[in-house]
Write a protein that binds this ligand. Structure first.
Ligand code: GDP
Ligand code: MG
Length: 138
């Protein structure tokens, strides 16, 4: 399955009131929303999601940031979803994110960078099932 990706509108963007504009941007880029919810993660949930980064120096800061307020995970569908969505969000560091990308428009820093996007089809499936059951994905 190469047609889904998992995104999270991160706590910085939710807190600043950008949720609606970001969803509109995503739909305007051709993605269908297959599942969506607003949650406030605890340390275990955020740490589990970012398990691959557990040994990185920024891991504890990343977990603090991701648990700082509510966020909005979504399953998105489109042909070539993973690659196309990475293009829509832009580089991890908003200073390097291309003009008009979501991180260029809404992110403040390399950590508080507004939005997540899966980096492979395998991780998209793992991340979608991290937040949603089969029955919640339409
Ligand atoms: P992404 O796939 O573009 O989200 O980037 P990564 O998978 O490399 O990193 C995951 C998340 O960790 C990023 O989206 C940032 O929120 C955060 N992050 C990445 N690099 C850094 C860093 O150097 N410092 C800090 N504080 N956070 C970082
Ligand atoms: Mg990543």
């Amino acid at each position: 399955m190469s047609n889904i990706t998992l995104t999270i509108i991160k706590p910085d963007a939710v807190a600043k009131g950008h949720t609606g504009k970001i969803i509109d941007h995503i739909i305007g880029a051709g993605f269908k929303v297959r599942a969506m919810k607003m949650i406030h993660m605890n340390d275990r949930e955020a740490g589990g999601f970012y398990d691959v980064h557990r040994e990185r120096p920024f891991f504890n800061d990343l977990v603090s940031f991701m648990t700082s307020g509510p966020c909005v995970p979504m399953v998105l569908e489109k042909d070539n979803a993973v690659t196309d969505f990475r293009g829509v969000i832009g580089a991890t560091n908003p200073k390097e994110a291309a003009e008009g990308t979501i991180r260029n428009l809404y992110a403040d820093s390399i950590e508080a960078n507004a939005i997540h996007g899966s980096d492979s089809d395998e991780n998209a499936r793992r991340e979608a099932s991290y937040f949603f059951s089969e029955l919640e994905i339409f």
